[in-house]
Design a binder for this molecule. Structure first.
Ligand SMILES: [Cu+2]
Length: 125
């Protein structure tokens, strides 16, 4: 490789790294809730423990006619499985939700689901 060729190769690598870093800071990380099990009845302990950043996203994947996702805004609503006015509903079966700084609360609003553990709270820094 000529020194000029090597120079442009290094430049290209630097460019790729810079573009990648910026892309990441804009897009954040994307986490699939429940991993391969998706959004359903199982433990979310592992997902609550992740150190999220504001701007990261959670993807909720579930059968559309079995579950939904509602983002509730208070700990009280989360604890009591209540969907208050202003809560945001998602029903596509594949919902990507961007995390805000602080606590983010998600529940399944279908009857009995949230109270049986289908709820997730995560903290984004
Ligand atoms: Cu459900």
């Amino acid at each position: 490789m000529t020194s000029q060729g090597r120079g442009s190769a290094v430049l290209l690598v630097v460019l790729i790294v810079v573009v990648n870093l910026q892309w990441r800071s804009v897009e954040g990380h994307v986490y699939t809730v429940g991993g391969t099990q998706g959004w359903g009845f199982h433990s979310y302990k592992k997902f609550s423990a992740v150190k999220y950043r504001a701007g990261d996203s959670l993807v909720f994947i579930y059968p559309q006619f079995e579950h939904k996702v509602v983002q509730v805004w208070s700990k009280e609503d989360y604890d009591k499985c209540v969907v208050s006015k202003g809560a945001k509903s998602y029903t596509s079966g594949r919902d990507k939700i961007v995390l805000k700084r602080g606590w983010n609360y998600f529940i399944c609003p279908c009857k009995g689901h949230c109270s049986n553990g289908m709820k997730l709270k995560v903290k984004a820094f």
